[in-house]
Design a protein around this ligand. Sequence first.
Ligand SMILES: CCCCC/C=C\C/C=C\C/C=C\C/C=C\CCCC(=O)SCCNC(=O)CCNC(=O)[C@H](O)C(C)(C)COP(=O)(O)OP(=O)(O)OC[C@H]1O[C@@H](n2cnc3c(N)ncnc32)[C@H](O)[C@@H]1OP(=O)(O)O
Length: 208
Amino acid sequence: MVTFWGGKRKTLVTAQLHYLFMSSTWILPDDLAVPDFPADHPGPGAPVPQHWSKCFGCGDDQPTGLGMEFTTGEGLEVIGRFEVAKRYQGGPGFIHGGILMTAFDEAQGMACNAALRSAVVTAHLGIDFARPIPLGAVLELRSRVEGTVRRKVYTRSEARIVDGPLADPDVVVGSSYGLFIVVGHEHFEKGKDFVDGMPTGDQDISAV
Ligand SMILES: CCCCC/C=C\C/C=C\C/C=C\C/C=C\CCCC(=O)SCCNC(=O)CCNC(=O)[C@H](O)C(C)(C)COP(=O)(O)OP(=O)(O)OC[C@H]1O[C@@H](n2cnc3c(N)ncnc32)[C@H](O)[C@@H]1OP(=O)(O)O
């Protein structure tokens, strides 16, 4: 077992390193509050809209991006999918680790947004790479909010290959834990001189 301090704010992270199982454990705070289930939640299987069209993770107007598509899962879970394109190659034949991390970032951010209906940004993200993921694989990421403390949102996610090469829905090929922070519109105001495109959308949070 390895214990270390992660992030500039010293989030305590304990990683139990095993070779057979996904095993990192992120110690959650004792005062974690579980968010209420939104009254207008559509139930499992409903599409979750992109949060804005130019997003590298989910945007449909971002040709080099991941193009992740999301649906609601059971409870507060969201399910994201994308195919590992050839341009995401790291080692020969396999996904670049940073691409998988990007996908986890997006998926956990979407889980926050679906559960809390608030804009969030990533403060800290941890990842376990459990299996090599081949080009052409279709990855499914299941993500959820574990709880909140003030503006801090604690999230978790697992990835599986559900179609294409090495598909096995019973095998977790990677997992992630993350800390997101709820922010207001003023956070994105700081980017208005650099923004590429004009964020619009029917979600209030998309009109950055
Ligand atoms: C840029 C892309 C995002 C575009 C989003 C567009 C629309 C958003 C709409 C909805 C979102 C929907 C889906 C999202 C989908 C994808 C997500 C992608 C998200 C990203 O990819 S986003 C890019 C990377 N991300 C950043 O660019 C953040 C840079 N950063 C900052 O902007 C500040 O750093 C900030 C705002 C994080 C905090 O600053 P702040 O001044 O507001 O608040 P403060 O410092 O007081 O922290 C409050 C409490 O969090 C604790 N805390 C803070 N940081 C911590 C850390 N690292 N470890 C442990 N604890 C930490 C403190 O200790 C305190 O805790 P306590 O309450 O206990 O005192």
